[in-house]
Design a protein around this ligand. Structure first.
Ligand SMILES: [Zn+2]
Length: 584
């Protein structure tokens, strides 16, 4: 058979399709299809081709116009992207923006393949009432089961009626929010917090970027965070408060750009680079130079010095924090109260377990929230503050519902503090939301006094459940004890092998499973001999050490200028839109 030019073209096309079908890539455009971009928000524009292409064959248009006319500059052409196999080309244009709002159709063509995506570029809605300050409260992993149990334990309930509401219940606007990401129906805290902080979807473990195909975690196409945007366009102040490491996913999402949330040493630098005004939580192991015991850095940068030299007041204990708060000159504040994640409220405020022996002076989330608001409200251009109740999630993974719920109560008290500030002023938008859910439900009660052969038979369901006997006689809003004789029966719907003890873990946070020699997680024998403990065979892959996130919608409640946009079902990227639309 004579190989005519036509036949060669067909064969080559078939080959390319073969590669794209079997190989690894399709033509990809970032930002992705259906991206909603704030007019003027900065982002990186990238096109990944599915093979090595000639630059002459590349044609990229936006609404029919060559992309260079829209962005005003040429992209960098990368013939063979580093670490990408099979070899393939790409073009990337950093730090661009589109000022004119409208619908945009982006077409990328390499002479053989074509990709079309649609973007919506939206303006700030001038009709919306404006806020001077925005406070975003994120209860990490906080699900409806956590809220209900927190209301029972904190507010009390009699004959079906609660004695009062949680602070986050009592807000005029509410919506359900979907949390799935680019790559999966199940999100992690990185890409869900990233959606709140940038208005763009991302992938599991990625922060402030679209996760591309190169192995380098720092070259992925970026999208501007609300922190960068309000600092650049309005010289506003920004605060980040958490009881996890400040480099952990949710706080980091306010400032970082990385494909991997684990790059915590670099995230510390990114938090400094965005000129955050108030930064509080744990994670000092990534501030300390590697020569200092306990440091997790791989260099000798001393970030305490870096922040101090940049004019930050530094607090490492509760006492130092209140000194900083009461000093009217404090305009920039770094609070570092633990080398890792801080201790949860049950251990820090009540049981003094966990690592409170090593870190006895940890403030709680409420103190940190109040101090952050005090310092930030000294800035004349207003502020954006993100407060994360991180330990709700970190106690839910190991199935420790009591610790998760006590932290939910603490988080709600931080919401109360924020609402107290806003109430006096009417110029502050408050949003209270979770970043994803856990599979937690209240199925009844467990009554130690019930005569029963097995602990499980002491569980009361339906009419048998009645009510638990938690009390709050000292009126501090927390149950005086979690180890009461008639407790809530709360279970998680996904779990590794573990021993269910039907009791609170008073000696420290639950560790349900441990790794065996095969690398599988098996039930932690430590709990085997707890009276009445039963072995539950897991329903997760054996490589799962803990319970996992779920895809259920989260609840968003809102109050203040711009809150009226919160209603019905919303996508998590729309929370960013609610915030920027409220900006003056
Ligand atoms: Zn989590």
């Amino acid at each position: 058979m004579k190989l005519t030019k036509g036949i060669i073209t067909v064969l080559a096309a078939a080959l390319a399709v073969a590669i794209s079908v079997t190989g690894s890539y399709a033509l990809t455009i970032y930002p992705i299809d259906r991206a909603a971009i704030l007019a003027g928000q900065r982002f990186d524009f990238k096109v990944e081709f599915d093979r090595v292409v000639n630059i002459q064959d590349i044609k990229v248009t936006i609404n029919g116009k060559d992309y260079t006319r829209v962005f005003g500059k040429n992209a960098e052409f990368i013939e063979k992207e580093k670490g990408v196999n099979p070899e393939a080309s790409a073009i990337i244009l950093r730090d661009v923006e589109i000022k004119t709002h409208g619908k945009y159709t982006v077409v990328a063509d390499d002479g053989m393949n074509r990709k079309v995506v649609a973007w919506e570029v939206y303006p700030i809605n001038r009709e919306i009432k404006k806020a001077k300050n925005i406070i975003l409260m994120i209860g990490d992993g906080m699900s409806i089961g956590h809220r209900t149990a927190a209301r029972i334990l904190s507010k009390g309930i009699t004959e079906g009626k609660y004695h009062s509401k949680l602070s986050m219940d009592d807000m005029p606007h509410m919506a359900l929010v979907g949390t799935s990401g680019v790559d999966s129906v199940i999100t992690d805290s990185a890409n869900s917090a990233s959606a709140y902080a940038t208005g763009h979807k991302s992938s599991v473990n990625a922060l402030g970027v679209y996760a591309d195909r190169t192995p380098d975690p720092f070259d992925d196409p970026k999208v501007e965070t609300i922190t960068e945007y309000v600092k650049r366009t309005r010289k506003m102040a920004v605060g980040i408060v958490t009881d996890a490491e400040v480099q952990d996913a949710t706080p980091a999402a306010m400032a970082a750009h990385t494909r991997r949330r684990a790059t915590k040493a670099e995230i510390t630098q990114m938090l400094f680079d965005v000129d955050v005004d108030v930064l509080m939580g744990g994670g000092s192991a990534y501030f300390l130079p590697m020569s200092t015991p306990g440091s997790k850095r791989k260099d000798n940068t001393d970030f305490f010095n870096v922040f101090r030299n940049a004019g930050y007041t530094i607090a490492t204990t509760k006492a130092e924090l209140s000194d900083a708060a009461s000093n009217p000159k404090t305009m920039k504040l770094l609070g570092q109260f633990h080398t890792g994640n801080m201790d949860c409220a049950l251990d820090n405020l009540f049981l003094r377990k966990g690592t409170t022996d090593k870190f006895p002076e940890q403030p709680g989330l409420v103190e940190m929230t109040k101090t952050a608001i005090d310092v930030l409200s000294r800035h004349k251009n207003g502020f954006v503050l993100m407060v994360e109740g991180a330990l709700i999630d970190k106690a839910s993974h190991p199935l420790d519902w009591e610790r998760a719920v006590i932290d939910t109560i603490q988080f709600d008290k931080a919401v109360e503090a924020a609402k107290g500030f806003a109430k006096k002023r009417k110029d502050t938008l408050i949003l209270v939301v979770a970043d994803h859910t856990h599979g937690i439900n209240i199925v009844g009660t467990i009554d130690d006094n019930k005569e029963a052969e097995q602990m499980r038979d002491k569980i009361g369901v339906y009419a048998d459940a009645g009510y638990p006997d938690y009390k709050d006689e000292d009126k501090d809003g927390y149950p005086d004890s979690i180890d009461v004789s008639k407790r809530l029966a709360v279970f998680f719907n996904n779990f590794p092998d573990y021993y269910e003890t039907f009791r609170p873990k008073l000696d420290g946070r639950f560790v349900p499973a441990v790794k065996n020699e095969k690398g599988h997680y098996v039930a932690n024998e430590k709990y085997k001999d707890v009276p009445g403990a039963v072995l539950r065979t897991g329903n997760l892959p054996r490589k799962a050490s803990d319970g996992v996130h779920t895809a259920d919608d989260v609840v968003l409640t809102a109050d203040g200028p711009g809150a009226e946009r919160v209603h019905g079902f919303m996508d998590n990227t729309e929370v960013f839109r609610v915030m920027v639309n409220a900006l003056r």
